[in-house]
Design a binder for this molecule. Structure first.
Ligand code: ADP
Ligand code: MG
Length: 246
């Protein structure tokens, strides 16, 4: 069964389409990279699938249902600049936000929720920082607590928008290892990524997008110079000397 089905999805800002007529069938248990140049509509695609932006046309089904019916099973880590870093909360509180969907109406965390928060903080090696205000964390540490929050949610599907931007090599490796672990648990992980290095190492499947879907398939099959050129068009300066990628 497909975990996510996207049919003819078009999303616009001020009537100008950012993504057009996107069709995707995504199965469980894979790490999928969303690749394309700046402004290609990668973040818009995630927000469109998540129902955070209204669709002009099209339809999204997650586990065969509309996204609103399954929000509990979905974690989303937005691109980092979209977060207010001066917001006065500490690490533990941010990670506990991942449990809110599981809490009863009054929203008081139980022992079990605290256990989960402690466990995921250990997993991302941030347990020593649980009381620290988030504005005093490095970029890599901030990304780790967002990951911890997503893990605390115990979702089936994870949407990560450029999780590797501004993080150190060790954090990048930690994020990659977690993606692999989630995949082993048959979870689905969609990752916006704009750097073409390590693409085949990181992702099983790729969505190549530039407003329209250029290609979707196994990374082995679609990460070819022809398809990459088609995706990046004239803007492909960084790729000229990049035979190592193919
Ligand atoms: P990507 O994530 O691939 O860099 P985006 O999905 O952020 O691209 O943006 C796709 C296009 O939509 C770009 O041309 C961008 O300028 C435009 N866009 C994105 N967000 C907004 C917004 N809030 N209002 C108006 N235009 C936007
Ligand atoms: Mg983006």
């Amino acid at each position: 069964m497909n975990v996510i089905e996207v049919r003819n999805l078009t999303v616009s800002y001020n009537k100008k389409p950012a993504i057009k007529g996107i069709n995707l069938n995504i199965e469980a248990g894979s790490v999928i990279g969303i690749i394309g140049p700046n402004g290609a509509g990668k973040s818009t695609l995630l927000k469109g699938i998540l129902g955070l932006l209204p669709a002009d046309t099209g339809d999204v089904k997650v586990f065969g249902k509309s996204i609103k019916e399954v929000s509990k099973g979905i974690s989303y880590i937005p691109q980092r600049e979209q977060f207010d870093w001066d917001f006065p909360v500490n690490v533990e509180e941010v990670v506990m936000m991942g449990r809110y969907a599981h809490l009863p109406m009054i929203g008081i965390p139980k022992g079990k929720d605290r256990d989960i928060v402690n466990r995921v903080l250990k997993k991302v090696e941030m347990e020593k920082y649980s009381k620290r205000q988030i504005r005093f964390l490095s970029g890599g540490q901030q990304q780790r607590i967002f990951l911890a929050r997503a893990l605390a949610q115990e979702s089936d599907i994870y949407f990560l928008d450029e999780p590797f931007v501004g993080v150190d090599a060790k954090t990048e490796q930690a994020i990659f290892n977690l993606m692999k672990e989630l995949k082993e648990e048959n979870k689905t992980i969609l990752v916006v990524h704009h750097d073409l290095g390590k693409v085949k190492e990181y992702f099983d499947k790729l969505i190549l997008i530039n407003q329209r879907l250029v290609a979707f398939g196994d990374a082995e099959d679609v990460f070819t110079s022809e398809i990459i050129h088609k995706t990046y068009g004239g803007r492909l300066t960084i790729l000229q000397k990049s035979e190592q990628y193919y």
